[in-house]
Design a protein around this ligand. Structure first.
Ligand code: AMP
Ligand code: MG
Length: 536
C-alpha cells in the first residue's frame, strides 16, 4: 500500500487528500477520542479531496456560467503527471484510483469544486467575436501549490457549456496528447506555460472529419484569464466589470501593484513585459504557437491553448503551421508583432480605467505599449548571445548572429541541431557535425571563423562556453513527426508506450541521453508534417 507518508496518527490531510488507514488510530469527529478503522473500510473511506478555493467563481455572475462537466461512458486514465500532482499538493496514488480517474474525466465532481465555464471574447485571425468563452472546458477550482502559487485546475474536453455555440464540447485524443507533450516539453525548457496534470480517454467517440476517440485533458494554469476576457466586458461597455477583473488579476498575478498610484497602467506594463519575455523565449527554441488570437493570449504570461502549434525543424522565419493561416499572420517571425497587436487590444480595454480624458489615456497606453519592442529585443538578443556562447555584448554581435540565422535559412539548417552542434564546437574545434547541417557547409565555415574570433575576445575557457551553450540549446524538442507517430500509435493500436517514451525524453531536453539520440533527428522527407490542424 502507500509508502512514505508521515502519518503517525493514522489519518490526516496530507497533500490535499484526506486519507485514513486501517488498523491505525485516528481522531474521531469529537476531536478527542481515538478510533480504529477495520481494514475493509479502507478503500471506501479513502477519498480524493482537492483543497479547492474558488476565487474566480466568487466574481460577479456575468464572468462565467456555472456548469458541471458532462459524465462520460467509460473513462480510462492514460497519463497522470505524478510530479505535478505532488507540486499541487495532490496525492498521485489516489488520483490513479478509479475514483480519481472519474474526477479527471469529469464523471464525478469532487467536493469543494465550483465548476464554471469562463466568459471571454476574442479576435480570431484579426476578426472580433464578442462571445467565445469556455465552450469545452470547465474550471473545477483553484489550489495553492507547494510554492504558494494559486493554480487553476481545468478539465478541457469535458462537455458542452453555454459557450459551446455549435461545438460538441469535446476534445479528440490526438490534440489532447499533443497538448500534453508540448506543454510539458515547454515546461522542461523553462518557458512559462500551462501544464498538463492528466489525460484520460472517455470511452466515447467525437465526430470530426471521422469518428475519433474522445479524451479529456486536465490543464493547470496560473490562471485562464486572457486578453479576450477583458475584451468580453470592454465590448459590453461594462467598465465596472473591467475594473473588477483588473483588480482580480492584480491580486492574483501582480500583488506588488496593489495600492500603488496608477495600478492599471502598471498592470498593462507588467503584461507587456511578460509577453515580450515569453515571445522571445518562443523564438529562441523555434516554437510557433499557431493561433495567437487574443483569446489565446494569457494575462499571466503563460503559453496557453496548444492547438496547431509546432517547433520548427529547418530554420525558416516565414514558417506557419496552422492549416487555416493562409496569410502567415501567425508565422514564426511574425509572433512579436502579433503579440504587440494583441497587447494593444488589451490596452484598449483598460483605457476607461486610465483616465476620463480619452486622448490622455491613449497617449499613456501608447507609451507603455512602446516598451514592448525594446523589452522583446533585449530578451531575444540576450538569449541569442547565450545560444552562440557569448558572455558579453559588443557592437557587431547582433549582425554576427543574424548572419548565422540567414545562413541557416538559406541552407535549410535545422534550428535546434545547429545550436546544439555549435555547442559541441565550442570545446572541440575538430567537431564538424554543425557544418554538415548546411547544404553548403562552406557557408557555415565562413561564419564559424568569425564566431571563433569573436569568442576568443572573451576570457572564458572553452568548457565554460560550452556549458553555457548546452544549458540554453536543447538537444530534444517535441518534433512534430514524433508527436504524430505517438498519436497514430495511440489511436490505431491503443499503444501508449511511444507517448510515455517521448514525454520521458522531453523532460530532460538539455541532457544528451545517448540512448534516445534518434529523438534528436529532424524528420526524413517522408516523415515531414507540414501543417497541424485546429485542436478541436
Ligand atoms: P480554440 O481554437 O481551442 O482556442 O477555441 C476557440 C473557441 O472555440 C473557444 O471559445 C472554445 O471554447 C471553442 N471551442 C473549440 N472547440 C470546441 C468544441 N469542440 N466544442 C465547443 N466549443 C469549442
Ligand atoms: Mg482558445
Amino acid at each position: 500500500m502507500r509508502e512514505g507518508l508521515p502519518d503517525e496518527a493514522g489519518g490526516g490531510n496530507q497533500g490535499g487528500f484526506l486519507f485514513l488507514r486501517p488498523g491505525r488510530p485516528f481522531l474521531a469527529t469529537d476531536g478527542l477520542s481515538l478510533c480504529r478503522l477495520p481494514a475493509e473500510a479502507y478503500l471506501t473511506l479513502m477519498t480524493v479531496h482537492f483543497p479547492f478555493q474558488n476565487s474566480y467563481a466568487a466574481l460577479p455572475d456575468s464572468f462565467f456560467a456555472r456548469v458541471a462537466p458532462t459524465p462520460v461512458a467509460a473513462p480510462r486514465l492514460i497519463k497522470l503527471n505524478r510530479p505535478l500532482a505532488l507540486q499541487l499538493g495532490l496525492d498521485p496514488d489516489l488520483l490513479e484510483t478509479p475514483e480519481g480517474t472519474e474526477i479527471l474525466a469529469g464523471k464525478t465532481v469532487p467536493a469543494g469544486a465550483d465548476p464554471i465555464a469562463m466568459a471571454y471574447a476574442g479576435h480570431q485571425f484579426g476578426h472580433f467575436v464578442p462571445q467565445l468563452g469556455d465552450g469545452r472546458a470547465v474550471l473545477l477550482g483553484e489550489v495553492i501549490d507547494k510554492d504558494g502559487v494559486r493554480r487553476d485546475i481545468q478539465l478541457k474536453g469535458s462537455g458542452p457549456t453555454p459557450f459551446s455555440r455549435r461545438g460538441d464540447g469535446r476534445a479528440a485524443l490526438g490534440p489532447v496528447l499533443r497538448e500534453y507533450v508540448v506543454s510539458e516539453a515547454m515546461f522542461a525548457l523553462g518557458i512559462p506555460t500551462t501544464r498538463s496534470l492528466a489525460a484520460v480517454v472517455t470511452g466515447e467517440h467525437v465526430l470530426r472529419e471521422t469518428a475519433l476517440p474522445g479524451a479529456v485533458l486536465t490543464r493547470v494554469a496560473a490562471s485562464h484569464i486572457r486578453v479576450g476576457t477583458f475584451q468580453y466586458f470592454a465590448v459590453r461597455r461594462d467598465t465596472e466589470a473591467v475594473r473588477a477583473l483588473a483588480d482580480h488579476v492584480i491580486a492574483r498575478h501582480y500583488p506588488e501593484l496593489a495600492g500603488i498610484e496608477r495600478p492599471y497602467h502598471a498592470l498593462l506594463g507588467f503584461v507587456v513585459a511578460r509577453q515580450a519575455d515569453l515571445i522571445a523565449r518562443w523564438l529562441l527554441v523555434g516554437f510557433i504557437h499557431g493561433v495567437m488570437n487574443t483569446d489565446n493570449t494569457s494575462i499571466s504570461g503563460e503559453t496557453i491553448d496548444y492547438g496547431p502549434c509546432a517547433f520548427m525543424d529547418a530554420y525558416d522565419p516565414a514558417q506557419v503551421f496552422s492549416s487555416i493561416d493562409e496569410m502567415g499572420r501567425y508565422a514564426y517571425g511574425n509572433q512579436p508583432r502579433i503579440a504587440l497587436w494583441n497587447l494593444t487590444r488589451l490596452a484598449e480595454c483598460l483605457l476607461p480605467l486610465f483616465s476620463d480624458d480619452q486622448e490622455k489615456g491613449i497617449a499613456e497606453a501608447q507609451e507603455i505599449l512602446g516598451e514592448f519592442s525594446e523589452k522583446f529585443s533585449a530578451a531575444y538578443q540576450a538569449g541569442l548571445r547565450s545560444k552562440v556562447g557569448l558572455f558579453t555584448q559588443r557592437d557587431g554581435d547582433e549582425a554576427l548572429i543574424q548572419d548565422l540565422l540567414d545562413a541557416m535559412a538559406k541552407n535549410g539548417a535545422d534550428f535546434t541541431l545547429t545550436f546544439r552542434k555549435l555547442s559541441g564546437l565550442a570545446a572541440d574545434v575538430s567537431a564538424d557535425d554543425a557544418r554538415a547541417l548546411f547544404t553548403d557547409p562552406a557557408a557555415f565555415d565562413q561564419w564559424a571563423a568569425r564566431w571563433r574570433q569573436r569568442s576568443a575576445a572573451e576570457p572564458q575557457a572553452p568548457s565554460e562556453r560550452q556549458a553555457l551553450m548546452r544549458s540554453v540549446n536543447p538537444a530534444f524538442i517535441p518534433r512534430n513527426h514524433r508527436i504524430e507517430a505517438v498519436i497514430q500509435s495511440a489511436m490505431t493500436n491503443d499503444d501508449y508506450a511511444p507517448f510515455e517514451e517521448l514525454v520521458k525524453v522531453l523532460a530532460k531536453p538539455f541532457e544528451d541521453q545517448p540512448e534516445y539520440a534518434a529523438y534528436q533527428a529532424p524528420p526524413k522527407p517522408e516523415e515531414r508534417v507540414c501543417q497541424t490542424f485546429c485542436g478541436t
